[in-house]
Design a protein around this ligand. Structure first.
Ligand code: C6P
Length: 409
């Protein structure tokens, strides 16, 4: 492990980064939507299907056992990555969205009562809003929303006022996908626990970019999606403290999650993690995710974070200098995301023009409509960086945006 990443060498690990798009070298700056995959991950998935494919936990034959071993190893790998006390606290799900739905659905059955409050923030992704709205409707609980400041940080005084003995759940994004803001989650978790609330952290945009230790944070639940962390799509992780996973009922039922099934005596369920993994899971996905975690581990969390923060520090002042460009999310601590609007240009037009020059950014509301409403805008254009991006790529972005600014001036 070295202190600084050799970006040229790292880029060679990602076949897709060599593409040309619209006759230009691809400049991929949509990493918050999904990251690209290194060869090590592609190879792990290919090797699984070529040499180890079998169904898990069901067969005595060689391939079933090889697949089971690899799947179990993947769980161990994720547990170590997040600092979980035990691999049984790691549930493989389809992604962060499914993880949050699982928790909200379960808590609506065993925890939430009429008059309880679910505290969210105005910068949540829809995935951490809608499942709670459904849970609130089902239980008679209410949703309370902590505000954000014009700079795009959490309004901590407002949040403090809204944490009360009625607060039973706090759902909060660790790093905002639409602003980049890193939230002071450890303090919020501590406060939430003082009033007896359970805390779910949405780690979609944190786990890929800096070291996360769920025990240090003391969150009750943590979710992330594999595809944002150089892993495949279709696989994600729900971490839950053992006592919470014991309390929650199964989300789906079927094979592999039962103790016994009987028409006469009824059905019993296994404990976590099996209780939450009904049916054949995404075995190759879990193996691919473990390979991604290994790959990132070899590069080192610190060098990755340093490289991404250096890009953010480099590009932010250059973007600010562009006439008419306004950045949303000016907090002191940010993930590698810059969200912006340009005077007189719709964000979708920014996205389309950049695409014509081979530059991939995301444009729109970023599944954060309440936040866009707060700012009174339809959406933003968002450039999001990964450790394999280069300063030269951000120069290409800035040059193209300057042209757009001139065009629409
Ligand atoms: N954000 C983005 O472009 P899924 O779709 O389940 O993998 O992740 C949902 C999700 C939840 N929370 C946060 C903070 C997220 O950023 C995302 C996904 C993508 O910003 C797609 S909308």
């Amino acid at each position: 492990m070295t202190d600084a990443l050799d970006t040229a060498r790292v880029r060679a690990d990602f076949p897709i980064l060599g593409l040309e798009v619209n006759g230009r070298p691809l400049v991929y700056l949509d990493n918050a939507a999904t990251s690209q995959k290194p060869e090590a991950v592609l190879r792990a998935i290919g090797e699984f299907y070529e040499r180890h494919n079998g169904n898990i936990h069901r067969g005595v034959h060689y391939l079933s056992q090889a697949a089971t071993d690899a799947y179990d190893r993947a769980r161990l790998r994720v547990a170590a990555f997040l600092g979980a006390s035990d691999p049984s606290e790691i549930i493989f799900v389809r992604g962060a969205t499914e993880g949050i739905n699982l928790v909200a659905h379960g808590l609506s059955q065993v925890w939430l009562r009429p008059g309880d409050e679910i505290l969210l923030t105005r910068m949540e992704h829809h995935a951490n809003i809608v499942p709670w709205q459904v849970a609130a409707e089902r239980t008679g609980a209410g949703i309370v929303v902590a505000d954000v400041t014009p700079e795009g940080t959490l309004d901590l005084e407002d949040l403090e006022r809204k944490i009360t003995p009625r607060t039973r759940v706090v759902g909060i994004v660790h790093v905002s996908n639409a602003l980049g803001t890193v939230n002071p989650v450890a303090d919020i978790i501590r406060r939430a626990h003082e009033v007896g609330a359970v805390v779910l952290l949405d780690g979609c945009q944190s786990a890929p970019h800096f070291h996360v230790d769920v025990r240090e944070l003391d969150c009750d639940f943590f979710v992330f999606s594999g595809h944002k962390l150089c892993g495949p799509t279709g696989i994600g992780v729900l971490y839950g403290k053992r006592e919470w996973l014991e309390l929650l009922p199964p989300y789906q039922t079927g094979g592999d999650m039962i103790g016994r099934v009987s028409f006469e005596e009824g059905t019993t369920f296994r404990g976590a993690p099996e209780k939450f993994e009904a049916g054949t899971p995404d075995i190759a996905g879990a193996i691919g995710l473990a390979a991604a975690i290994d790959y990132l581990g070899e590069l080192g969390t610190k060098p990755i974070e340093a490289a991404e923060q250096a890009l953010l520090r480099y590009v932010t002042p250059r973007l600010r200098e562009i006439p008419g460009l306004k950045i949303y999310g000016e907090g002191p601590e940010k993930g590698p995301v810059v969200s912006f609007t340009m005077e007189g240009v719709h964000p979708h037009d920014i996205g389309t023009i950049l695409d014509s020059e081979g530059i991939a950014v995301r444009a729109g509301h970023h599944c954060a409509q309440p936040l866009m409403k707060f700012y009174g805008i339809p959406g933003t254009a968002r450039a999001s960086f990964a450790f394999y991006n280069t300063k030269a790529e951000t120069d290409v972005l800035v040059a193209s945006l300057r042209k757009i600014a001139k065009m629409f001036a």
